[in-house]
Write a protein that binds this ligand. Structure first.
Ligand code: MG
Ligand code: MG
Length: 272
């Protein structure tokens, strides 16, 4: 059953989402060649607790970390390690936080220094597909309208859409109804309702859509060893339209990037 949130609950969820957004902004200033994902993980845990929240992933389903850090051909659920990040890597950082009994869940794929042009393109298209999907998250549409749009856009660039892992409803639980696949057929699935909140999160592979899990029981990698990208926003339906609760504004500030990509999904522009 899809849970409808009140305006007050949505504002609490915005607070949780913004803590994750700020955490990823902090990570954006720290992530560079030589640092390990385990170091970033400790920084993120401290940052989240300093902001009066609790890491959302730590302990959930037995997860040992605050961040999930997926490097290059790792799709999602990469566990932080002692291996230094290298120039030319891409690192998907997925982070959750729990505050006031509500979860935020938000992810960004970072480029480390100079990244291969075809990899940059994968990141750009995957992030664009996130907004293409969010645009379909509105009253009158159904679950698979979002997935259809993401799939059409990314497959149009020759990329593979991961099937086994999907976005999800978000609230007092990290994973609520409905599942939000990044593929589908127009007009299928549950109808969207006012006040619902979901995490939309395309996981897009440069090559094959096929994946496998490593022996650590967590890390998901592409079957062909080619890179994969992951971008995730938390979105509510307010007045029938999608409204972003999370933001990349903190990341963009840290990286000196100018972007107006989020404006169409906000009633008020965000200032950081
Ligand atoms: Mg996530
Ligand atoms: Mg998620």
């Amino acid at each position: 059953m899809i849970l409808q949130k009140t305006r007050e609950e949505i504002e609490l969820m915005r607070e949780s989402a913004l803590i994750v957004s700020k955490t990823l902004g902090m990570i954006a200033s720290e992530i560079k060649p030589g640092i390990t994902t385990l170091q970033l993980d400790k920084m993120a845990e401290t940052f989240i607790r300093d902001h009066g929240a609790v890491p959302g992933f730590l302990g959930l389903y037995g997860c040992p970390s605050t961040l999930l850090t997926s490097v290059n051909d790792q799709v999602v659920h990469g566990l932080p390690t002692n291996k230094p990040i290298e120039e030319g890597d891409i690192v998907s950082v997925d982070c959750g936080a729990l505050k006031n009994e509500f979860y935020g869940d938000h992810a960004y794929t970072f480029e480390i220094g100079e990244v291969a042009e075809e990899t940059r393109k994968l990141l750009q298209v995957t992030k664009e597909s996130l907004y293409v999907g969010i645009r379909e998250f509105r009253l009158g549409n159904r679950v698979e309208d979002v997935g259809y749009a993401i799939q059409k856009y990314t497959e149009g660039h020759g990329y593979g859409v991961v099937r086994e892992l999907v976005g999800h409803g978000l609230g007092r639980k990290m994973h609520e109804d409905p599942e939000m696949p990044n593929y589908g057929k127009r007009g299928r699935g549950k109808l969207f309702i006012e006040g619902m909140v979901v995490a939309i999160e395309p996981m897009i592979n440069m090559g094959t859509k096929n994946i496998k899990q490593l022996k650590d029981g967590w890390t998901i990698v592409t079957r062909d060893g080619k890179p994969s990208a992951h971008f995730e926003h938390d979105v509510a339906i307010i007045d029938g339209k999608p409204e972003l609760l999370s933001t990349y504004a903190y990341i963009y500030k840290a990286l000196g990037i100018e972007s107006d990509e989020e404006n169409e999904f906000r009633r008020e522009p965000i200032t950081v």
